[in-house]
Ligand binder design. Structure first.
Ligand SMILES: NC(=O)c1ccc[n+]([C@@H]2O[C@H](COP(=O)([O-])OP(=O)(O)OC[C@H]3O[C@@H](n4cnc5c(N)ncnc54)[C@H](O)[C@@H]3O)[C@@H](O)[C@H]2O)c1
Ligand SMILES: [Zn+2]
Length: 351
């Protein structure tokens, strides 16, 4: 297969490119090298024979050139992270949604009918919880007054009881809690409308919290593991928000890349007009505090500092049920948490 990887200079995209090239596929990269994540502005080292096209997915002409002879698109390009400022919203919507729309329109013109889309479990908002009285519930956004008082765990929206966090499945409705998550959900809707309109097929991989070698260094857009790793590299304690008890599913970038290869292999056999979403997580829940402690221990650095601070757009617990991806695409995560964090603690960050 000949595959275009948008965002192929990024953390996850470059891992996908390496695995695709190693598997013998034709691969090309389209990436705008956003200054926020590529401060050097340099094109990345790509495997031999992988062309790098410096261009923006919002630029129809650049996208059109990149699609010539392509069988499927692996769409990773996006602005990531929760963002810092409401003023960032146009940039998120531009890169993620306008960019996806321009890409899909160009694919329709070029007759390219298959897409694997990098989605996010952030589209669910809070994960799912169980109330002893009311069963499964989906709590709304947390109130600043609760967070200020250190009441980080959401309570039952019906009776106020304490809740037990559980796993969120692909059937859960979208409920994004920040701009980035809203634009990721809109990408899915745009891709679904495109598939119906032109007989395309789309597989969406809703990534859990991805970590591993090649993560961008500490920026407002970086994932939590990179923020901790960057602090340790400076000899500082990782600063853990809230009480550190936030549950996430940390999945290794190599496993996420392998999920993309499985999805690209499968998308060609999907019926025209179809869209199917898959959670892509390790299947294990760990707290953010545990991640910080594991990295600090592996790096021989100072113990994490739990700050009690919070960010309003964050959700408390978000762990995904990834059994659909295992069952339908035969994918298995390979990297255990302790081995992955030990590797990451020693691995270089990007730029
Ligand atoms: N890292 C995670 O934990 C995580 C979790 C869920 C979903 N995702 C999704 O995975 C994908 C890859 O994220 P990542 O973590 O590798 O981020 P990244 O920032 O390392 O990579 C994204 C790449 O896309 C490029 N890009 C951004 N806007 C572009 C545009 N308009 N035109 C062309 N290129 C553009 C950037 O230059 C960058 O190289 C994104 O779609 C993101 O939403 C990531
Ligand atoms: Zn209840």
């Amino acid at each position: 297969m000949e595959i275009l990887v948008t965002g192929g200079a990024g953390f996850i995209g470059s891992a996908v490119v390496r695995q695709l090239a190693a598997a013998g596929h034709g691969v090309r990269v389209l990436d705008a090298l956003l200054p926020a994540v590529h401060p050097s502005g340099r094109a990345p080292d790509l495997p031999d024979g992988v062309p790098f096209l410096h261009g923006d997915v919002r630029d129809a002409a650049a996208v059109e050139r990149s699609l010539d002879g392509v069988d499927a698109v692996c769409h990773q390009a996006a602005m990531v992270g929760p963002g810092v400022d409401p003023a960032d919203a146009p940039a998120y919507a531009g890169c993620n949604d306008l960019g996806t729309a321009v890409l899909l329109a160009a694919m329709a013109r070029a007759g390219v009918r298959r897409m694997v889309l990098a989605g996010s479990v952030a589209v669910y908002g809070e994960g799912r919880y169980r109330c002893p009285e009311h069963g499964e519930v989906a709590p709304g956004p947390r109130r600043p007054e609760d967070l200020d008082a250190g009441r980080f765990d959401p309570t039952c929206p019906r009776c106020g009881a304490e809740l037990v966090p559980g796993l969120v499945t692909e059937e859960a409705p979208g409920d994004p809690r920040n701009v980035s998550a809203a634009t990721k959900l809109a990408q899915e809707h745009l891709a679904a409308a495109w598939a119906r309109a032109c007989g395309g097929a789309v597989l969406v991989l809703r990534y859990a919290t991805v970590y591993g070698p090649g993560m961008p260094r500490d920026t407002p857009h970086a994932g939590v593991a990179s923020v901790f790793r960057s602090a340790l590299a400076r000899g500082e304690a990782p600063r853990v928000l809230e009480d550190g008890g936030q549950r996430r599913d940390f999945v290794h970038v190599g496993d996420v890349a392998a999920a993309n290869l499985a999805a690209l292999a499968a998308v060609g056999d999907r019926p025209p007009g179809s869209v199917r979403a898959y959670n892509a997580g390790s299947g294990e829940a760990h707290t953010v505090g545990t991640m910080a402690a594991a990295l600090a221990a592996a790096a021989g650095g100072p113990e994490p500092l739990v700050t009690g601070e919070y960010r309003l757009g964050d959700v408390r617990h978000l762990t995904a049920d990834s059994s659909r991806l295992r069952a339908e695409l035969g994918w298995r995560p390979q990297m255990p948490f302790l081995a992955g964090t030990a590797e990451f603690a020693a691995a270089p960050l990007r730029d």
